[in-house]
Design a protein around this ligand. Sequence first.
Ligand SMILES: [Fe+2]
Length: 197
Amino acid sequence: MRDWHINSVGSLEPGQDADDFDLPDGDYRLYRFLTELEDLQTEVTNETAFLKQLCPMVRRLLTRSFWLQGAFKEPNPDTGWSVEMLYDEPDFPLTVQMVAWQPGTVSPIHNHAAWGLVAFVDGLEKNIFWQEQVDGHLAKVGEHIFEAGDIVTFLPESIHHIEATGKDTVISFNIYGKTDYQKRFKFDPKTHQKTLF
Ligand SMILES: [Fe+2]
């Protein structure tokens, strides 16, 4: 269990070990977390540095506001996934959501065109990382199976797809920054076509 950071070319870098995390005393509620998140985003403009500082705040939140870990919807049997939006405000570029993936579900290859943080609460999620080549082809650059207690961060240009591996529903807490919808793509690995979504 640790923090992980995916850089702009799809490489996975290990961050802080969960064993080295010092849990502060006292309550830590969602509204306080959101306030501190907004402050941090203003203070730390480098996205990589910002995401590294966000991880311990999320670890604290999911421990001190434990209810969040159960605030998900069962996956839709038709699509294999579900999203429970916990925070989304018009004209404010942050969303907080719980995502659930039914075992065996595979996502399309995509970027997010926003910074992102995913904290795993249950199940095993295999992430496959891709990098776009100069000729437009996609190259697989790595993979990793995340487990409960792992936190992974993404940069806007990070490309991945996921597989809900293992036998349990994959539950994760997700935060995304402002999405640039002109740059958010799904990628077809066979035709090398990009589709805005
Ligand atoms: Fe994703």
